[in-house]
Design a protein around this ligand. Structure first.
Ligand code: NAD
Length: 543
């Protein structure tokens, strides 16, 4: 029991390492990369702290070099999922009573381990398994994950500090209990940090969790598990299962003790999970919390007063970094006619200078897309645009899957502002641009707002303050993360809490107290020091 009001150590965002040619950090990272790339890792599930191997294995092949096998993971059967749930429920009693400073200490220690000895391994597995270049791995699997661990500890304390008023003779307290039962984290392939944050943010607040990572992220998920074990996370608090997402989710969502879903991934899958929770609602012991961050069709809109080079750079970075596989990636842009010629030249020149290939060559800005299904989907849209009268590919467009799933950064110019790639999430290195008449800038805002079902991120460019004010208001509901004169990607924990609304999610802002609040069920405690002993109130003495 705590005998003091402790402060969490001062929290700062983890500095991003630069990995300059010849630097020690680059040498360390690339030697880890090389040895892991040649090695073979057999990845078990984790249930009650035990490694579980089922013998039903799936090979792990890097997206940029899919003929190479760097490991395998073991798939769950239904009985393993049931064991994972039981393990959570057993661990719950002790974990929920563990004082917050000890829970926080585990994640603060994990942050220090990741900032130091685990950094190269976490980044290398993210580069190999998810095809990220050095910088993309560093900002995700090192810095963002460290930030989540540290800031969530701080946010937990900020929540706990919120206490009600007390009146004379009475002490009111608010206790922030974890949810009853167990929670379920379902995570996407594209950010190692999100994969770590979804289960650990719930666990930080005293919950226990079954975690199902994406089948395309298991290689780095295995390092997250190693890290959390070394940081001292007790057995059974997080149980990890791999394999058929439908069987795993069906088993979990049918359990009466299920109390919360923390999801990040596509809109379609989230809707299916929510529907299933709805169907089972009468079977649960409590109403489950549902948090989901889902798809996007993120925009860049430029006003005639904007700086062409700044807009072009935002497109080159915002649309193509990590092959456009960020939920926040710019995938549609609205450019005024007067700026188009300059912006077009800048973008074409940028893209022609972008090198594409394996992450091991650090000069490669673009690597592979995540898997064959994704490659096929994106290349079909590109093939369609090549033939369509309403579209013209002005740069890029080549797709090659002989060795890896490589797609050139591609810019589609369309004459139809409602063209299918202006509203469908492709999740690849493709942006579609609509050029508007300068005088129509206000009407174009309506297109930005209404063309897609999503509302995740968006960026506007202008030098005119009145215009900025007008657009900020006009696009109030078009994006949960809104950028002025900046690209729409790169949210930092503690600085730009992240999430969108409409079909983009429940907007519970990962990396903020608003997210952590979803994982507690407050209990109000009123204590009266001297209890009344007579039911009669003074007004009854009137007669
Ligand atoms: P996905 O929906 O294919 O997979 C996400 C998770 O759901 C994975 O763990 C997967 O195994 C699981 N899953 C897949 N089918 C399932 C089913 N039928 N039942 C239960 N679980 C199932 O998404 P992805 O390809 O991993 O990630 C890309 C998507 O995630 C994009 O739509 C992107 O916009 C979105 N995303 C959103 C955010 C955000 O913060 N809004 C962040 C990252 C990614």
């Amino acid at each position: 029991m705590a005998s003091g009001f402790y402060n969490v150590p001062n929290i700062e965002n983890e500095p991003v390492k630069e990995y300059l040619p010849g630097s020690q950090e680059l040498k360390d990272l690339m030697s880890t990369y090389q040895s892991m790339n040649l090695d073979f890792v057999d990845i078990p599930m984790l249930i009650n702290g035990e490694e579980v191997r089922t013998g039903k294995t799936v090979a792990i092949n890097p997206p940029h070099d899919f003929k190479r096998t760097v490991g395998q993971y073991h798939e769950a059967e239904e009985k393993h999922v049931i064991q994972a749930i039981s393990s959570c429920l057993e661990a719950k009693a002790l974990w929920a009573k563990t004082p917050w400073e000890h829970r926080a200490a585990i994640f603060l220690k994990a942050a220090e381990l990741l900032a130091g000895p685990y950094r190269a391994k976490m980044n290398a597995t993210t580069m190999i398994g998810q095809s990220k270049n050095v910088h993309q791995a560093e900002i995700d699997s090192a810095c963002e994950m460290i930030d989540f661990f540290r800031f969530n500890a701080q946010f937990m304390v900020e929540i706990y500090k919120n206490q009600p008023k007390s009146s004379k003779g009475v002490w009111n307290r608010m206790e922030y209990r974890p949810l009853e039962g167990f929670t379920y984290a379902v995570t996407p392939f594209n950010f190692t940090a999100i994969a770590a944050n979804l289960p650990t943010s719930m666990v930080m607040m005293g919950n226990v969790c079954v975690w199902k990572p994406s089948n395309s992220q298991i290689y780095s998920a295995n390092v997250i598990i190693e890290l959390l074990k070394e940081a001292g996370l007790p057995d059974g608090v997080i149980n990890v299962v791999y394999g058929d997402p439908v069987m795993i989710s069906n088993t979990i969502l049918a359990n009466p003790n299920f109390s919360g879903l923390h999801f990040t991934g596509s809109t379609e899958v989230f809707r299916a999970l929510w529907e299933q929770v709805g169907k089972n609602i009468g079977n649960y012991k409590s109403y489950p919390r549902i948090v989901g961050e889902t798809g996007g069709k993120d925009f860049i809109w430029a006003h005639p007063s904007a700086d062409s080079k700044q807009v072009a750079t935002a497109i080159s970075r915002g649309a193509f970094e990590y092959q456009g596989q960020k939920c926040s990636a710019a995938s549609r842009a609205y450019i005024p006619k007067s700026l188009w010629s300059d912006i077009k030249d800048y973008i074409i020149s940028d893209i022609k200078s972008m090198k594409l290939g394996r992450p091991f060559i650090t000069g490669h800005f673009i690597n592979a897309v995540i898997h064959e299904d994704s490659f096929d989907k994106i290349s079909q849209y590109i093939a369609y645009a090549k033939k369509d009268k309403e579209a013209q590919i002005i740069v890029g467009g080549k797709c090659d899957k002989t060795k890896g799933y490589f797609i050139e950064p591609t810019v589609i110019l369309t004459s139809n502002p409602k063209y299918k790639t202006m509203h469908t999430e492709l999740f690849g290195p493709v942006i579609t641009i609509y050029v508007y008449e300068d005088k129509d800038w206000k009407e174009t805002l309506r297109l930005v707002d209404e063309t897609s079902e999503y509302a995740l991120t968006g960026a506007i460019f202008s030098k005119d303050r009145y215009v900025i004010d007008y657009v900020e208001d006009a696009l109030r509901n078009a994006a949960g993360n809104f950028y002025i004169n900046d690209k729409p990607t790169g949210a930092v924990v503690g600085q730009q809490p992240f999430g969108g609304s409409r079909s983009s999610g429940t907007n519970d802002k990962a990396g903020s107290i608003w997210n952590l609040l979803r994982w507690v069920s407050p209990r109000t405690i009123k204590e009266t020091f001297v209890s009344p002993t007579d039911y009669r109130y003074p007004f009854l003495n009137n007669n």
